[in-house]
Design a protein around this ligand. Structure first.
Ligand SMILES: NC(=O)c1ccc[n+]([C@@H]2O[C@H](COP(=O)([O-])OP(=O)(O)OC[C@H]3O[C@@H](n4cnc5c(N)ncnc54)[C@H](OP(=O)(O)O)[C@@H]3O)[C@@H](O)[C@H]2O)c1
Length: 334
């Protein structure tokens, strides 16, 4: 018999999640049936959507999430022992899968990791996986940035934001990032070559954009929502484009957040704003991964991971990421 450990929810998150909202349980797994495979988690992801979606699911459920796992037994010819797979198996050390999607969306079928040409497989949870594709498709498809334009990104030092800014630079844009610490802003400017980066905890959007974008903003990649986003959108140029990726400033909120109304700039500047889920591009998944891989190999795209060691520390890694302790992608080494 094979044993697995998993985190289940025992209390609804109220405001910031607490370790006591989750419980670690151990149990035996049944034998594999025809068509199934068994895999062992190597790397686990912690992502903001886990906080945003948690209220929709019943208590007692395994915490949702994706992982990089090694196949250790298989009765499914498409998934062979020794291969590495990305799967939405939840916060669980050993999982059984039949190769089908695990959620109702149907967009999260396990897949064998493509050849990363020597790069670490943990990147399948970051730049060469869901966050990388979020940046790639969200920016290029919805904002359609052109050379010489000014692009603003919030959550700029995180998994998605740090890539958005660099892809905009690759496209020849001027890039302004907002992030939550001086250290993050230094990294964005010195290592990732953002044109400007501002610590939103110290500088207002008005001050920052007066200095860095006196001629206005053409594209805005919104990771945070709230008043920060309203302030940025009010400074957009005619025919500006806004990709709404997330609203992390409100994920822990207990009341529905309010922000300055934006109908006036939308009309007068003829702005276009579109929300998206990266699953929209599930049919082009490898295109995004391979583009980002090529840019890494060419030295044009840099990545960074904040690694927490130990499956038992999943809740700490999750809470730390939500409070901004990560730079780049937050992952857990099991
Ligand atoms: N639409 C999609 O398909 C899709 C896919 C992936 C991610 N997303 C969204 O993209 C955004 C970024 O995700 P990620 O995976 O790249 O996470 P991340 O940026 O790596 O980590 C979350 C970051 O959010 C920032 N943050 C926390 N509270 C904040 C607040 N009140 N105001 C502003 N920033 C705050 C923190 O950085 P600071 O130090 O800067 O505060 C923290 O490091 C999230 O909104 C997420 O939901 C959407």
């Amino acid at each position: 018999m094979v044993k697995t450990k998993r985190f289940v929810t025992v209390k609804r998150f109220e405001g910031e999640p607490k370790p006591s909202d989750l419980k670690l349980v151990e149990e035996e797994l049944p034998p594999l049936k025809e068509g199934e495979f068994l895999c062992k988690a190597l790397w686990m992801s912690v992502d903001p959507y886990m906080r945003a979606y948690a209220p929709r699911f019943p208590l007692g459920m395994t915490m949702m999430g994706s992982q990089v796992a090694e196949i250790i037994d298989s009765k499914n010819p498409e998934f062979k022992v020794g291969q590495h797979v990305v799967g939405h198996f939840g916060w669980q050390t050993i999982s059984i899968s039949d190769g089908n999607a695990t959620t109702l969306t149907g967009h999260d079928k396990p897949y064998i990791i493509p050849d990363f040409e020597g790069l670490p497989i943990s990147l399948a949870l970051g730049v060469l996986g869901m966050p990388g594709n979020t940046a790639y498709f969200g920016l290029l498809e919805l904002c359609q940035p052109k050379a010489g334009e000014t692009v603003v990104v919030t959550g700029a030092a995180g998994a998605v934001g740090s890539l958005v800014g660099q892809i905009a630079r690759i496209r020849g844009c001027r890039v302004i990032g907002f992030a939550g610490s001086d250290e993050k802003c230094r990294w964005l400017k010195e290592d990732l070559k953002f044109d400007s980066a501002f610590n939103y905890k110290k500088v207002t959007v008005a001050q920052a954009l007066e200095e860095a974008a006196p001629d206005g903003v053409d594209c805005y990649f919104d990771n945070v929502g709230g008043e920060t986003s309203s302030e940025i959108i009010r400074r957009m140029n005619t025919f500006g484009r806004i990709a709404v990726c997330g609203s992390i400033s409100s994920y822990n909120a207990t009341n529905i957040p309010t922000a300055t109304a934006l109908q006036m700039p939308f009309v007068s500047k003829q702005l276009k704003m579109e929300g998206f889920l990266v699953s929209r591009w599930v049919g082009r998944w490898n295109e995004g991964i391979l583009h980002n891989l090529k840019w890494i190999k060419e030295g044009k795209l840099k990545y960074r991971e904040t690694i927490t060691e130990g499956f038992e520390r999943m809740p700490d890694a999750f809470i730390s990421m939500l409070s901004g302790k990560n730079i780049g992608k937050a992952v857990v080494k099991v």
